[in-house]
Write a protein that binds this ligand. Structure first.
Ligand code: PMT
Length: 224
């Protein structure tokens, strides 16, 4: 690994969970801590890239001043922030755990408790990676993640195609030491050309380094 091997590259990275408001005090979200995305942000920075981070509400300490950093809450706001930066990026990494659905309506006041049961209607959120994948620029490299609990490889390969990724990083909730919140991960990377690379259970900074090394193997990689 050469220090500075990402010099001259502009990287756009989504990370963390999104939060979808139900009312002024409640939301729908998921367990993403931001650790995997932040390890990637640091790896790109250390290797010389200019890093544009669009981050959901993470539960870790982050040094925002080192990056071009934007905090967002909902899937829609994450999309808007990422879309505004997308065309100038050389590499785009979608590490965020975006809520696929959000409440149809956000109640203006705190929802009162009366009945024994209640239900919330949900609507599908925008798929950020899919939407930006439709306008991928020539030469751009899009890297996605897949978080799966079953049919892992098949689902990951399906997402690689559907979302127009060049590389997808599968982490399975079934594998010990992998996924949300932990300091470690275990990943299987699938390139568009069918090549597969797997890691052991390693710290998320080592996993990030591996992902950067695999990005460099893409046809669109050109050393500045
Ligand atoms: O943050 P940590 O606690 O460290 O956990 C890391 C992680 C498990 C969150 C991370 O490694 C990870 O897998 N992130 C992606 C989780 C996810 O939402 O996977 P998915 O299979 O549902 O989505 C597939 C891809 O589409 C992802 O690149 C995702 O960012 C993207 N997506 C999904 C839905 C949506 N509406 N917009 C998107 O951009």
């Amino acid at each position: 690994r050469k220090k500075g091997d990402f010099q001259g590259k502009k990287v756009l990275l989504t990370m963390g969970p999104t939060q979808e408001s139900i009312d002024p005090v409640r939301f729908i979200s998921n367990h993403s801590s931001g650790k995997m995305g932040y390890a990637l942000a640091e790896a790109f920075l250390e290797r010389g890239a200019e890093v544009f981070v669009v981050s959901g509400p993470v539960s870790i300490e982050v040094a925002k001043e080192k990056f071009h950093w934007q905090d967002v809450l909902s899937a829609q706001s994450m999309y808007e922030a990422a879309a505004a930066l997308h065309s100038q990026a050389d590499i785009v990494v979608f590490a965020a755990a975006v809520a696929d659905y959000g409440p149809q309506e956000v109640a203006a006041e705190k929802i009162k408790k009366d009945d024994d049961e209640m239900s919330i209607s949900l609507k599908k959120n925008i798929d950020i990676a899919f939407t930006l994948g439709q306008s991928k620029k020539a030469g751009q490299i899009h890297v996605g993640f897949a978080l799966e609990t079953e049919n892992e490889e098949k689902n990951a390969k399906g997402k690689l195609e559907k979302k127009n990724f060049d590389l997808i990083v599968l982490n399975s909730m079934k594998e010990t030491g992998a996924g949300f919140r932990l300091d470690t991960n275990r990943v299987h990377l699938f390139h568009r050309n069918g090549k597969k690379v797997s890691s052991a259970v390693e710290r998320k900074d080592s996993i990030a380094a591996l992902i950067l090394d695999e990005i460099k193997k893409h046809d669109n990689w050109k050393q500045a």
